[in-house]
Every structure is written in structure tokens, then in C-alpha cells.
Ligand binder design. Structure first.
Ligand SMILES: *Cc1c(COP(=O)(O)O)cnc(C)c1O
Length: 389
């Protein structure tokens, strides 16, 4: 079956007792057993819950995977991958990793003796050079945050497999509609379902998918043993969001393409980061591994930090906020928001200047979005220049 059909139908069939088309929210902690240890597949909702199972099967189908495992947040999913490791193991991760993943790596798991090396993964020789005998995971995030760098999933997965280690792809920014890392050789795919999969900024959740039955057994074990599971109501909302994922993603991609073109020609804008632009260094790889270029675009203002503050104050439709991947358009100022915990010198070394803004383009009418950006950009250009003068 094709993607849209899978999104709407897989993992769910009408409720056998009532015929309800909308998959029920099984709001229960436990299940009546016929005899001790004789049950209908469910014994306790930390271990398994029908609504969660429907979501797990659904997300697996979207990634063309055999197995899915869902979590209470994207970071709980990140944590579960790290549970596979032991003290003395080594992980190679991108230098512009999602901030929360960077934090759990560097502030939680280094404490337990796991080592992390951060490299520019768009440069394959840097990844090769970072491999060590104890390297167990190459952690991949593409497109990256906030500069939308594109790394080559296939090439990185070959490096991982040749070294006998796992490649894990955080596919949150692309969503399974645009990118299928398992088909490119990855072993595990991770999602923050908080973003495009649920799509309406109303839940926090995470998921892992794999085709490897041994890995699945281990992930399932840690899901139950550690216990960071999503509640049935949240699973229901993700299942509902996914039904319109293809429709929303098409709109996100179209709107973002139009906005990237608008930003490129605006006099207040110094530089635009969007993998759909031919000038983007990862454009050709994005074209090979993605169906479209996604709903995120970042740009730098000529008037830098001062301009960014004025821009953020003046936007009206774009809401100033963390997060992404929702029908509502959001703007983020990485230097003071999502990436504020990174020291300024390291930040600017990695290209995250004070004048950088990141847009998560929503599904509103693109003309309204452009009008909003235009007035805020004009204010940021003129007022900041006045103040500098
Ligand atoms: C948001 C996000 C996460 C973490 O997910 P939560 O649901 O917020 O815990 C991980 N990776 C990426 C790329 C994200 O955007």
C-alpha cells in the first residue's frame, strides 16, 4: 500500500465489538486475566496497551519497518537507544545535534562512562577519523537544527556497518513522509512524535522503529523496564495527527519553498539556509534521499542580533516559540532560545550567529505568512539600522 493509505489505515481496524471507526482510547492500567498468566495479549499497560500498539504498528508501517516502539517523549526514545550501550562504549554524533540530545549525551550518559565525539557529519572523512575500536553507534540527524545541514545517510550507514556498529537516524525534521532512513541502511530510526507526526502542537511523544528483531526485543525490554511510556490519550492524538501527515507535509513543503524564495530576495536578509535551494551545500544529497525539502527554513539578518530582536517582536502570525512541525507557524531565535545553553564562541564557530532565525513554517495561507514576514523584516532592517547609525 502507498503512504497515504498506510497513514490513515495501518495498525487500526474498526473496533470488533462496536464497529467504531475511530480507534478507541484504551484508558486502562490493567486487564482481567482468565487464569493466572492467561490473558488476551495484554496484562499491564506499561508493558502493552492496545492504543499504543496501534500507534506503534502505524509508525512502523510509515517507515516500512517491521517494529515500532513508542515513548513518552522524543528524549525518552533517545534515552532508550542509549540504554543499549554500556560503560566504555563510544558514540559519534553530529556537532549541530538537537540540544536536548546533546544534553542527555554530555550531561547524563558521560557520567556512566559512555564517550561521545561530535563531528561535522557532512564531512565523511571526519566521521571515519573519529571511529574507534569501541565505537558502537553513529548518531545521525538530517536535516540538522538550526542550519539544516544535510548528511548522507547511506554513506554514514555504510561506515557504521563496515565498523560493526549501529547507525541511528533522528528523522524528526524530515518525517517518514519525506525520508526513509531504514531503506538507506540505518538500523534504528527515531522520532519526536511531538513534531510533524502529531502535527498540532498538542502532545509530547517519541518513537523508535527498526527491522532487526534482536534490536526490537531489546528496545521493547527497556521500554517496559524503564517505563517512559506514552498514555493512551496521547497515542490516540498522534494516530489522529498522522492521518493528515501527507496533506500537511505537502503544504508545509510548498509554503516553505515559497518563503525561502521570498527571503532570498529580501533586502534585510543576508543568508538563507534551506536544502531546497540549489546553492545549499547539501542540496544534491537532499534531492537523493528526501522526497521534498521539508517545512523548516533558517536565515540570517544583515542587522544581526539587534535586528533579530526587532523581528521577533514584530512578527504576528509567526509565534515566537520553541518546537516545530505543527500547523501553526513558529519562529525561534536559536542564540537566545533553543541553543542558548551553548557558549557564544562555540555557537558562532558552528555558524549559529545572533542574527540567525529559524522558521517552522505552518499550514496557514502562504500570502498571509509572507505579509507578516515582510513587515517584520522591514522593521528589523530599518529600525536596527537607525539604532546602529
Ligand atoms: C524535539 C526533538 C527531539 C526531542 O523530542 P521531545 O519530544 O521534545 O522529547 C529530538 N530530536 C529532534 C530533532 C527534535 O526536534
Amino acid at each position: 500500500m502507498k503512504f497515504s493509505t498506510l497513514a490513515i489505515r495501518s495498525g487500526q481496524s474498526p473496533d470488533p465489538t462496536t464497529g467504531a471507526v475511530s480507534f478507541p482510547i484504551y484508558q486502562t492500567s490493567t486487564y482481567a486475566q482468565e487464569e493466572p498468566a492467561q490473558h488476551k495479549g495484554f496484562c499491564y499497560s506499561r508493558t502493552d496497551n492496545p492504543t499504543r500498539k496501534a500507534l506503534e504498528n502505524n509508525i512502523a508501517a510509515l517507515e516500512n519497518a517491521k517494529y515500532g516502539v513508542c515513548f513518552a517523549s522524543g528524549l525518552a526514545a533517545v534515552n532508550t537507544v542509549l540504554n543499549l550501550l554500556k560503560s566504555g562504549d563510544h558514540v559519534i554524533a553530529p556537532d549541530d545535534l538537537y540540544g536536548g540530545s546533546y544534553r542527555i549525551f554530555s550531561e547524563v550518559y558521560t557520567k556512566y562512562g559512555i564517550e561521545f565525539t561530535f563531528v561535522d557529519q557532512t564531512n565523511l572523512s571526519q566521521v571515519q577519523g573519529a571511529l574507534k575500536e569501541n565505537t558502537k553507534v553513529i548518531w545521525i540527524e538530517t536535516p540538522s537544527n538550526p542550519l539544516l545541514k544535510i548528511s548522507d545517510i547511506k554513506a554514514l550507514s555504510v561506515i557504521a556497518s563496515n565498523h560493526g556498529c549501529l547507525s541511528v537516524v533522528d528523522n524528526t525534521f524530515a518525517s517518514p513522509y519525506l525520508q526513509h532512513p531504514l531503506e538507506l541502511g540505518a538500523h534504528i530510526v527515531l522520532h519526536s512524535t511531538t513534531k510533524y507526526l502529531s502535527g498540532h502542537s498538542d502532545i509530547i511523544g517519541g518513537a523508535l522503529v527498526t527491522n532487526n528483531s534482536d534490536l526490537f526485543e531489546k528496545l521493547k525490554f527497556y521500554q517496559n523496564a524503564v517505563g517512559a511510556i506514552p498514555g493512551p490519550q496521547d497515542c490516540y492524538l498522534v494516530l489522529r495527527g498522522i492521518k493528515t501527515l501527507p496533506l500537511r507535509m505537502d503544504k508545509h513543503c510548498d509554503n516553505t519553498k515559497t518563503i525561502a524564495a521570498f527571503l532570498t530576495q529580501h533586502s534585510s536578509v543576508k543568508r538563507v539556509y534551506y536544502p531546497g535551494l540549489e546553492s545549499h551545500p547539501g542540496h544534491h544529497i537532499a534531492k537523493l534521499q528526501m522526497k521534498n525539502f521539508g517545512g523548516m527554513v533558517s536565515f540570517e539578518l544583515k542587522t544581526e542580533g539587534k535586528g533579530a530582536a526587532i523581528f521577533a517582536k514584530n512578527v504576528q502570525l509567526f509565534l515566537l516559540g520553541e518546537s516545530l512541525g505543527t500547523v501553526v507557524s513558529l519562529v525561534n531565535h536559536p542564540a537566545t532560545m533553543t541553543h542558548a545553553s551553548i557558549p557564544e564562541d562555540v555557537r558562532s564557530q558552528n555558524g549559529i550567529s545572533n542574527g540567525l532565525l529559524r522558521l517552522s513554517v505552518g499550514c496557514e495561507d502562504v500570502e498571509d505568512l509572507i505579509d507578516d514576514l515582510d513587515q517584520a523584516l522591514n522593521a528589523a532592517g530599518q529600525n536596527a539600522l537607525k539604532k546602529i547609525a
